[in-house]
Design a protein around this ligand. Structure first.
Ligand code: ARG
Length: 460
């Protein structure tokens, strides 16, 4: 049954009814809808807008409905227009016509905005808890693999040796900024729309402050039009989710690459890999591939929301009913991906013998030779040129830097200091990078300390 029969003589066309209906997807808001209604009903009674016994009947009826829905003793109908009419209809079937008083001083427009904000705040909090577990795991892995070295890359080419810990911590900081963006989005979503009415406020002497407190919002929406018309809180969540997916996707791609036989840097747990129906040897990193793949749909959700909202005049338009599926999809997808990435990494075994072998003879310490010359006061540009020629000669003669003697070096340039040879090993190269935020042992230890501090809950 619709909530708006009076004005109409004719029946709604069946196709239109189905087209208009949001219950198939907004039913998951039932808890928030009932919570919001309980707070509203309490407020109506406190303010004398409904009689005390009416207020009690509404609150008791809503509470009983809530526990019956929770236990499965009651269920939502399939034929209501949306979750708001479904809940009101169930309440009416239990407590009779007094249920009709619940909607005094309220509209579905401020109701739906309230429900979605309540739902999103909880989702956001849960997602940040999951993300904190992933971030903590990255720090633990950094510590557990502290001395593992691998070729750091630029242009996908071997560039300089780095610590695996350093590489993993790079993702820690990306995810930490994602956490900050989610926290920020949460802060702005934390304002109560209820009390805005359909768009202009209400003539009833409502107490929005009381409802705010009951529902645990930090603030009130200050403008009734804005309260019912904007969905920027949903856009912000999807934008933060998109960036988070971008970071997950890059990490997923590295795992896929590192898991190939050519790299072999990481071995994945059987529990998170899958086989092929035809090729018996296969052990595929499907989870990482799916995380990478699902990034596209989350971007799609963001673009859907941005496009949905861009041409709408104030205030509510039915277009906005389309906000829910992309928002729900982003919340579900991002949360699953964060959990699955955590599972994937928790069972990953890094293989130092492979990462170490990749550094052998790869010329990734050439910069260190140039640095050794520069430290002996050769202008760096000149040092670069000298070492460049040295590398070319090695390549032509099938030699590697590690094979060179001090005499070999000095044949190229007499200014090579005796210490230059020590600088050539990957470990010396990595540990020489002591600058704050660098890959040297001391710098990474310091980074781990800072990462651990960033994981501490902020003081109240
Ligand atoms: N199902 C609607 C939505 O999700 C609820 C608000 C309906 N308001 C209205 N005036 N038709 O947006």
């Amino acid at each position: 049954m619709a909530l708006w029969g009076g004005r109409f003589e004719g029946e709604t066309d069946a196709l239109v009814w189905a087209f208009n209906q949001s219950l198939p997807f907004d039913r998951r808001l039932w808890r928030q809808d009932i919570r919001g209604s309980i707070a509203h009903a309490r407020m109506l009674a406190r303010q004398g807008i409904v009689a005390p016994d009416e207020g009690e009947a509404l609150v008791a009826g809503l509470k009983a409905l809530s526990s019956d829905l929770e236990s499965g003793a009651a269920s939502l109908p399939d034929d209501a227009e949306d979750i708001h009419s479904a809940v009101e209809g169930l309440l009416r079937s239990r407590i009779g016509p007094v249920a009709g008083k619940l909607h005094t001083a309220r509209s579905r427009n401020d109701q739906v905005a309230t429900d979605v904000r309540l739902w999103l705040k909880d989702e956001n909090t849960r997602l940040r808890e999951d993300l904190a577990r992933l971030r903590a795991l990255l720090v633990n892995l950094a510590e557990a693999n502290f001395d593992v070295l691998l070729p750091g890359r630029t242009h996908h080419q071997h560039a300089q040796p780095i610590r695996l810990a350093h590489h993993l911590l790079a993702y820690f900081w990306m995810f930490s900024r994602d956490d900050g963006r989610l926290a920020d989005a949460h802060r702005r979503a934390d304002a109560l729309p209820l009390g805005a009415g359909a768009l202009a406020g209400t003539p009833f002497p409502i107490d929005r402050e009381f409802v705010r407190e009951q529902l645990g919002f930090a603030a009130l929406c200050e403008n009734s039009l804005d309260a019912v018309a904007d969905r920027d809180f949903a856009v912000e969540f999807c934008a933060a989710g998109s960036l988070l997916m971008l970071h997950l996707s890059r990490l997923a791609e590295e795992i896929v690459l590192w898991n190939t036989p050519e790299f072999g840097f990481v071995e994945l747990d059987d529990a998170v890999t899958t086989g092929s129906s035809i090729m018996p040897q296969k052990k595929n990193p499907d989870v990482a591939e799916l995380i990478r793949g699902k990034t596209g749909r989350v971007y799609g959700d963001l673009i859907t929301l941005l496009t949905l909202m861009k041409g709408l005049v104030l205030a509510y338009n039915k277009d906005m009913q389309e906000d829910k599926e992309p928002l729900f999809d982003t919340a579900d997808t991002v949360s699953a991906c964060v959990r699955l990435m955590t599972r994937l990494l928790a069972g990953a075994r890094f293989r130092p013998e492979k990462t170490g072998a990749a550094l052998h003879g790869d010329f990734s310490t050439a910069t260190d030779l140039a640095d050794a010359l520069a430290a002996a006061e050769v202008p760096f540009r000149e040092a670069h040129e000298i070492v460049g020629r040295l590398v070319r000669e090695c390549l032509e003669n099938g030699r590697i830097l590690e094979d060179l003697s001090l005499e070999d070096l000095r044949q190229h340039d007499g200014r090579f200091p005796a210490t230059a040879l020590h600088a050539i090993t990957p470990r010396a190269s990595a540990d020489a990078r002591r600058s704050r935020g660098g890959t040297g042992a001391e710098a990474v230890r310091e980074q781990i300390r800072r990462a651990r501090a960033a994981l501490e809950p902020a003081p109240p």
